[in-house]
Design a protein around this ligand. Structure first.
Ligand code: PMP
Length: 455
């Protein structure tokens, strides 16, 4: 009973065709813009932007707060929010002012010199997450990559352990999944630089015995995980699971890295603070600079001490950790303003309440139409998935993928002014999201479901 068995596939096919036609008709300028990308690989500035249910993506004109406008003049309520990069809302005023000051009046976006904003940001991240030593990157991917290097350096161990069907950015060691015949490369991995089954171990999320077995080998430098999975739908940890992970990692001398890039939706200090977790390293990116590229990793005091006691590591020059624009003045000015003025405790309170309203509304719809779906909330984030009961790990969630149904819902919503995250059905609230926005989504989704079930 995992996929939407109640759906008539012939009807779904017809509805999808209708929505595609309507999308094409509504968006002539986006289609034209797309036609001009003949020197763009796959027609878009980054190949994943080609992921679209309609043959071409909407082209952005402008965005503000929880709204964006496409080049054909449609206004959309944006629940995608740049897949978390715009969780503070699009162009939050304080961040705009800080960026204008740093880039315009003061100048010096990238000079290789530190600015006073850096210490303020690190202080604030310490206050929120509890880890005490911070360093900056430009993406969450790089924060993860560098965290893994530090973990390997300090433990002297070669391997990394991740959860099957997790996502941590384009980190080579993370493209591994479980399989009937044992661990295997994740399908579709482009030009793998090495055999990932030699660098990595993989277990299912929520599987304590498997983790115990894999860590027993003693060759894992770090477990890299999200405290709740967010990239294959939302998969919440079972009660006691994260405590067991911490116990097993400690018992085997394995470091624990919490990737809070998405789970920062749980609260100002992510799941780490909300659930009182004690990772050795925490990685983050996307949201914390209000849309300006940034990544960051925080180290526990104990881990930082072990790292700094090593005099054989080149942390300064070509040791493999660092980037020319990492820690630049612009990113840090933006992060300081975003943390101080946008992603505040008070804003989180409102965002989480809106997400609860959204989740309750979708649950009501699931109940009304007896849909075999699940809706899951993680703070300011909520997501529906086409299986019931909900998945307990990434592999189960992956198995419930229904690309056609997802395309239909995305297009139906887009054609009526609502944008969800293209790669799944994720909805994120930002400080500018309103109850009306949430209610509009629910009304439109209800229409999509009615058409689907023929009500
Ligand atoms: N970690 C997690 C949990 C993510 O979801 C992502 C991106 N979706 C990343 C890391 C990588 O972020 P970026 O692509 O900005 O490097």
């Amino acid at each position: 009973t995992s996929t939407l068995h109640t759906v008539d596939r012939v009807r779904l096919d017809r509805l999808l065709t209708e929505e595609r036609a309507s999308f094409a008709e509504r968006n002539p300028r986006s289609r034209q813009a797309h036609g001009r990308g003949r020197h763009l690989l796959t027609g878009v500035p980054m190949t994943w932007m080609a992921k679209t249910a309609a043959g071409f993506p909407l082209y952005l004109d402008r965005a503000r707060g929880a709204r964006l406008w496409d080049v054909d003049g449609h206004e959309l309520v944006d629940f995608c929010l740049g897949d978390t990069g715009a969780m503070a809302g699009h162009s939050p005023p304080a961040t705009v002012a800080a960026v204008a000051a740093r880039f315009g009046e003061q100048g010096g976006a990238t000079t290789m010199l530190p600015t006073e904003d850096a210490a303020a940001v690190a202080d604030e991240l310490t206050r929120r997450f509890g880890l005490t030593q911070w360093s900056f990157a430009l993406t969450a991917t790089d924060a993860n990559r560098w965290a893994l290097r530090l973990a390997r350096a300090v433990t002297g161990r070669p391997r990394v352990l991740v959860m099957s069907f997790s996502y941590h950015g384009s980190v080579d060691e993370s493209f591994i999944v479980t399989g009937a015949d044992g661990p295997q490369p994740r399908p579709g991995n482009v030009g793998a630089p090495f055999d990932v089954t030699r660098t990595s171990r993989v277990v299912e999320f929520n599987d304590v015995p498997a983790l115990e077995r894999e860590l027993a080998a003693g060759d894992v430098a770090a477990v890299l995980m999200e405290p709740a999975m967010t990239n294959m739908g939302i998969v919440l940890p079972d009660p006691g699971y994260l405590a067991a992970v911490r116990e097993l990692t400690r018992a085997t001398g394995t470091l624990l890295i919490n990737d809070e890039t998405h789970t920062v939706s749980a609260g100002p200090g992510g799941c780490t603070r909300a659930w009182q977790l004690e990772p050795d390293i925490l990685t983050i990116g996307k949201a914390i600079a209000g849309g300006v590229p940034i990544g960051a990793f925080g180290l526990s005091a104990a881990f930082a001490e072990n790292l700094l006691a090593r005099d054989d590591l080149d942390l300064v020059d070509t040791g493999g950790v660092g980037g020319t624009l990492a820690g630049n003045a612009l990113s840090l000015a933006a992060a300081r303003a975003t943390l101080e003025s946008s992603l505040t405790e008070e804003a989180y309170g409102r965002m989480i309440a809106l997400s609860a309203r959204y989740t309750a509304g979708v649950q009501g719809l699931i109940d009304e139409f007896a849909l075999p779906w699940v809706v899951t909330q993680l703070g300011a984030r909520s997501e529906y998935r086409f299986m019931s009961p909900g998945p307990r790990n990434g592999t189960e969630s992956y198995a419930s993928t229904d690309a056609e149904l997802e395309d239909y819902l995305h297009l139906y919503l887009l054609n009526r002014g609502i944008m969800l995250t293209p790669f799944h059905n994720m909805a994120l609230m930002c400080p500018a999201t309103t109850e009306d926005d949430v209610d509009l989504h629910l009304r439109v989704l209800a229409g999509a479901v009615r058409s689907l079930v023929g009500a």
